[in-house]
Design a protein. Sequence first.
Length: 237
Amino acid sequence: MKRVIIARLPAAAVAMVAAITLTACTIAGTARPAVSTTVPVVTTTATVATPTVDPAAVLSASVASAQAVADQAAADKAAADQAAADQAAAEQSAAAQAAEQSAAAKAAAEQSAAEQAAADQTAAEQAAADAAADEQSAADQAAADQAAADADAAANGWYTPSGNWISPETAARALAAGIAPGDTVPNYLRCGTICGEGPTSGEVQFAHACKDGLMTAEECAEIDPDAIIAAASSDSG
């Protein structure tokens, strides 16, 4: 493929060419009459050959360009893959850290619950111990109060619900037998008239025997049968 390049030659160059031609003609012996001519400036057309394109070079350049594009695409893909891998690793690390934090929080909650349960158990045991101590203290106080009451009853005696007075001597025997102060005391534990109490059933029977003449005068000398019977009637009323 050629391109035609048109150039204008300078007038001096054209004149030089004409002079060389005339000289050559004279030397060759060709006689020509001298002619005075004017050499016109001629526009000449010159053709310049355009360098031929090398298909192999073009192909090589095309392959190199395609390779560069492929290399760039591969590099971009590798960078994208690396970025995705880094993102996945970061997400995995964040998930693992979140899982660790969740496990730590769960362990802390379980530890707190265990400590609270232990504290509640300790508090319950302490409350039970305190209640038992209070009960024991109350029992001890009741026993002390009872002992004081018994001592007072043993020292002073008491009156039964029917109004009969129990002397300290009888009270001591009654307390020893497990009878509480203020309760009725059976006749077999009572002192009777010799302790200032009402007559016992035995004394009443003895008084009736004396009145009925069933006993000797000596046996009845130390008692007043009528007073005993009257006292017994009074106590029973």
